[in-house]
Design a protein around this ligand. Sequence first.
Ligand SMILES: C[S@@+](CC[C@H](N)C(=O)[O-])C[C@H]1O[C@@H](n2cnc3c(N)ncnc32)[C@H](O)[C@@H]1O
Length: 281
Amino acid sequence: MPSTREQSPAERRKAWIARSFDLASDSYDEANGPFFNPVGERLVDLAGLRPGDRVLDVGCGRGAVLFAAVAAVGPDGYVAGVDLSPAMVRRTAAQAAGAGLRNVSVRVGDAEDPGFPDGSFEAVLSSFSLVLTPDPAAALARARRLLAPDGRFGTTSFGPDPEPAWREAVRVLRGFADPEAAGAYARPFNALADDPEGMLAAAGFAGVRTVEGTTATEFADLDAWWRSAWADGHRGVLETIPPDRREEARRAACAVVAPLAGPDGRLVRRTAVRWTTARRG
Ligand SMILES: C[S@@+](CC[C@H](N)C(=O)[O-])C[C@H]1O[C@@H](n2cnc3c(N)ncnc32)[C@H](O)[C@@H]1O
């Protein structure tokens, strides 16, 4: 008989994450790669990968960390990616295959139990993914066990907002969505986003340190920003905006960021990013 067990809140949240990123997956890299890809490349640099290392990218999405890690570890290394979103996985696996990369594997998997034996990796990295999962402490504990002795861990999160208008525009947009969906997923980030260093230390990592920086992402015009707003984890909520109100929503949200446009219509969004790295300890 089919199981009638109800999903737990954590399972529902993971299903929601998977659906949001499935929907966003076709435009994520084109619309938001200019932000996520350089952040992933910097995480790889800070993790100090060596040729031949085995690396796990947790919540690999469209490969911002994964492809930079492949370049860093070279043909004798190996990079695995896991992600909750089957569509993200399909697209990233196809990109790796298209590039002829034989030392990459990408599969559907959960950060809280990625399904590899203990000690499998010299590095476990995760950019803007562990901040979404329902139980970040469980994911960090698992990541630490997956590391070989002296293995390195790295993750990213957002720092204090230097330009609140961008967040405000998304808030305005979410105001047009179904209140139940917007309410249930009102807070996209977990406790790791608030205190990455404290949570890594509590998980037993050593040598925890954070590098802070500000990225600048350019949008050719308001339409480019609008496309990017629909190509990330908010997508599940935005999808509930009734089609006959989307134009009104677009105008209201764009009005918030329009004053930031230069005379040529271009916009530059500054975002504070924290790269937190550690050793297995
Ligand atoms: C904002 S995207 C970041 C993707 C990529 N790391 C990057 O920097 O572009 C977040 C990704 O994390 C994935 N994700 C969230 N929670 C996860 C979990 N518990 N296990 C695996 N993947 C997860 C989502 O499906 C999504 O693809």
